[in-house]
Design a binder for this molecule. Structure first.
Ligand code: HGY
Ligand code: MN
Ligand code: MN
Length: 418
């Protein structure tokens, strides 16, 4: 029985997802929208336009987080928040993050149309740079909202072209001081993020709604390897100090350490490689790797890291190269809030939608929002679990169902006792 729960205009939501996907630096259907690139700025304008047409009051903070608020009858009370990100890694799909932003706007429009009157304000947040593409660190906007990145660390960030956060803020006409980003205590009463699962479980088990009870803790490392270069023909094999081969051995040690952790939740990827001088007839003198290591349990993650570091020392000694590790980020896992999880589950139940409590192995802005208020996520199935690739796909019916559960959850949270 789904009395009182508004319908989502699924066709309009899908149309908007399609429209936003055409604002990209890549050849459609691929989507690339890196922080403060032209595509990102145009994508932000597109979303801002939707929020204004929905009558939401818009605010953009000093690092570019966008806040679109439906003011309730208790405007001073901590608001209920939802939202996600619209930035996209190179050659990505059109649903990651976008479903949570456009689904949040659709959820509010459905509540407005149904005549719902919010008590706590309801706010859609578009977080800046959930993806690490620009500065190598993920969740830049939500990290700063939660006070999990110091201003010095933020100011020290550099993108691959050497641009600073200040350079890019200027590009986006953001002039407020960074000190104004961190949220005051109790700014929000709850945060619920709608997102595609980015994994295969919901589709495999034919369950339309996942409810996230934990988010794996991500960590990332930049590893610089210095060897000895030389002529590919004249430099004989014995005693070579080939930086790229040390990198190759280290990448295999990364995989080995994750597999040896004893937990299926330990995952590690060497996703970024740079070799110098990267010329076919030159023995590589330098290499740079970026390693992504995650786990739902800190202890097993730390154990895997220790194995990687030990392997690194052995490789450096045996190959006569210097290996330096730099931590990019090292974040603890987050737990979903039991009460918010139950409210979300009850809404799905009322809509006769089966649910499954899950762990999110991808990180999300919810990882940091969980530090500032009770948080959970609503997952919807995505085809074959594909994500971060153009084939990423979620059925319009699943997207609309997820947005409908979100609408019902936001309505309940908005009327929670003050
Ligand atoms: O990498 C992640 O987990 C997220 O999609 N940025
Ligand atoms: Mn992503
Ligand atoms: Mn995402």
């Amino acid at each position: 029985m789904s009395a009182g729960l508004p319908e989502i205009d699924g066709a309009l939501l899908q149309k908007r997802i399609d429209e936003l996907s055409l604002i990209t630096e890549a050849e459609p259907p691929a989507v690339t929208r890196v922080l403060f690139s032209d595509a990102d700025l145009r994508g932000r304008d597109y979303v801002a336009g939707l929020c204004q047409r929905a009558g939401l009051s818009l605010r953009v903070d000093a690092v570019g987080n966008m806040f679109a608020r439906w003011v309730g009858s208790a405007p001073e009370a901590p608001a209920v928040a939802t939202g996600s990100h619209i930035d996209a890694i190179p050659n990505a799909g059109k649903f990651d993050g976008v479903v949570g932003v456009l689904g949040g706007i659709s959820a509010i429009e459905a509540l407005q149309k149904a005549g719902f009157k919010p008590r706590r304000s309801i706010e859609v947040v578009v977080f800046t740079a959930e993806e690490p593409t620009r500065f190598g660190i993920g969740c830049l906007g939500s990290r700063m909202l939660a006070g999990a990145l110091s201003l010095d660390e933020a100011r020290a960030l550099r993108d691959p072209e050497g641009q600073s956060l200040e350079d890019l803020r200027r590009r986006a006409d953001l002039t407020e001081p960074l000190e104004t980003v961190a949220l005051p205590e109790n700014f929000y009463s709850a945060f619920v993020e709608l997102h595609i699962e980015q994994g295969p479980l919901l589709e495999k088990e034919n369950i339309p709604i996942g409810i996230v009870q934990a988010i794996a803790g991500p960590s990332a490392y930049r590893v610089k390897i210095a060897g000895e270069g030389g002529h590919a023909g004249a430099l004989l094999m014995p005693g070579r100090q080939d930086a790229s081969l040390a990198a190759a051995e280290l990448a295999l040690a990364v995989e080995k350490a994750a597999l040896a952790s004893g937990s299926p939740d330990t995952v590690a990827t060497t996703g970024k490689w740079e070799i110098f001088p990267n010329a076919i007839n030159s023995v590589p003198c330098d290499a740079m790797l970026e390693i992504d290591l995650r786990d739902t349990c800190l202890e097993t993650r730390e154990r895997a890291l220790m194995l990687m570091r030990e392997a690194s020392v052995e490789i450096a000694a045996r190959r006569g190269v210097e290996i330096k590790w730099e931590e990019i980020n090292c974040d603890p896992p987050a737990d979903g809030d039991p009460r918010t999880i139950t409210i979300t589950e009850n809404v799905a139940l009322q809509l006769d939608l089966a649910t499954k409590r899950m762990v999110s192995r991808a990180y999300h802005d919810s990882l940091f929002m969980a530090r500032v208020c009770p948080t959970t996520m609503i997952f919807i199935p995505c085809r074959n679990g594909y994500s971060h690739r153009p084939e990423e796909h979620s059925d319009p019916a699943h997207i609309a169902a997820g947005a409908r559960v979100l609408a019902g959850t936001l309505a309940r949270l908005s009327h929670e006792p003050l």
